[in-house]
Write a new protein. Structure first.
Length: 415
């Protein structure tokens, strides 16, 4: 039996026990995991250094190494995310609807776990813990397949999680890590109907498209983040500068970072040069349309391919537009339905942007960097869904549940 199938079967056996546990039992286990991660931080960091060194040897860009890197601060943040999940309401068992029929049938619709969730992701070891926390809280077993870039980190994290769970009501088998980093392990997971109830991809567009196009197991699609910020004519210059810089520079390697800045022509004439200098000081390479390059001659020429690229790096496209409609058209053409922002003091334009932009998260006068389960108060997230079925946006606890109708009768038969 292959590693993938064997671990999926083990997770399934763990799921049977896990689905029957109380909220208190699940919370106790998550607190034990959080403590184990803090106590084992030095071991995790040592394993993480192996991954980082391997990445440097392979020429991995610094922005991607940043996604991989763990230190005491980040490990503390990951553990705090688990503690936040503990304090959140458990959606499992929640009554969604009650129906009393004229024939006496009493129908209750309740939330239930999805079952066994397969998660395929890349060089983000924090995802390992986020996924475990959210899945266990919602009574789901989880099969994790991280990328080879974070294999040493993930092995150590899962080792510590298994040790912590062994002293709790949650069986360690409910959490499995696929260590085979080959493409074939992903391909096999996508076909495990009957063992995996759903697969969630989290990573770049090529990974996500491979999963969406080839899976026979149901998929919740998370999406690439080609995110835009539009600076309207009435935007406050200081606010526009701070939001734009934060959206691009605060952590450019993540999916909610801005990739293209759209600027109204009147705002550009007055403020784009100063804004470009701020990006230059932050070591951001600018690529611009012809109107941008008239104001910022040192910017490189932006191509159609640039506008369709998620850089995850210190590179930014700038396009000067004549009006809101042009900005909306650009976002519609190149956006990935992830996170989009307008900076404006114009109420009519605000309402139009928020209503007309088709994205999981739309912002007025705030950075797109807030599209995140932790920032939304979910404790963590399993990913950011850009699809419209089942779940959309940062996926917290309710997104990892399904529903069941429970019907109670007194001998009714259908005539």
């Amino acid at each position: 039996m292959s590693e993938v199938r064997n671990k999926a079967e083990l997770a399934g056996s763990g799921a049977l026990i896990l689905s029957q546990l109380t909220t208190e039992q699940k919370n106790e286990a998550l607190l034990a995991v959080a403590e184990a991660l803090i106590n084992g931080a030095s071991e995790i960091i040592e394993a993480n250094q192996e991954d980082l060194q391997r990445g440097r040897d392979n020429g991995t860009p610094e922005s991607l190494l940043d996604r991989l890197a763990l230190d005491n601060g980040r490990i503390s943040g990951i553990a705090e995310g688990l503690r936040q999940i503990v304090h959140l309401p458990d959606p499992v068992g929640e009554t969604l609807e009650t129906i009393d029929r004229p024939n006496g049938l009493h129908i209750v619709k309740k939330r239930v776990p999805l079952g066994v969730i397969g998660i395929i992701y890349e060089a983000r070891p924090n995802v390992t813990v986020d996924a475990v926390g959210l899945c266990l809280k919602t009574g789901n077993a989880v099969v994790l397949r991280g990328g080879s870039a974070a294999l040493s980190s993930n092995r150590k994290i899962i080792e510590l999680i298994h040790i912590a769970l062994s002293g709790t009501a949650i069986p360690p088998d409910a959490v499995q890590l696929i260590e085979d980093a080959s493409r074939s392990s992903v391909d096999e997971m996508l076909k495990l109907n009957g063992l995996l109830d759903v697969v969630i991809p989290r990573g770049g567009s090529s990974l996500i498209q491979n999963v969406v196009q080839n899976a026979t197991v149901p998929v919740i699609e998370t999406g690439a983040g080609i995110c835009h910020t539009y600076l309207d004519a009435s935007a406050d210059p200081q606010m526009a500068k701070e939001i734009s810089l934060n959206a691009k520079v605060q952590r450019p390697s993540v999916c909610n970072a801005m990739e293209s800045l759209l600027v109204h022509e009147s705002f550009a004439a007055a403020h784009l040069n100063e804004l470009a200098e701020a990006f230059k000081e932050a070591k951001v390479e600018l690529r611009g349309c012809p109107l941008t390059r008239q104001i910022v001659p040192w910017a490189k020429e932006a191509t159609e391919q640039d506008y369709a690229t998620e850089y995850n790096d210190y590179i930014l496209n700038i396009k000067v537009v004549a009006h809101l409609d042009e900005a909306l058209a650009h976002i519609s053409k190149y956006g990935t339905k992830h996170s989009e922002c307008i900076v404006t003091e114009n109420e009519e334009n605000t309402v139009r942007f928020l209503n007309e932009v088709d994205a999981a998260a739309v912002y007025h006068n705030a950075s797109t960097r807030f599209t995140d389960g932790f920032e939304f108060g979910f404790g963590a997230e399993i990913g950011i869904s850009t699809q419209k079925l089942h779940a959309r946006g940062p996926m917290g606890l309710p997104a990892l549940t399904s529903s069941k109708y429970i019907i109670q009768g007194s001998g009714q038969i259908r005539k």
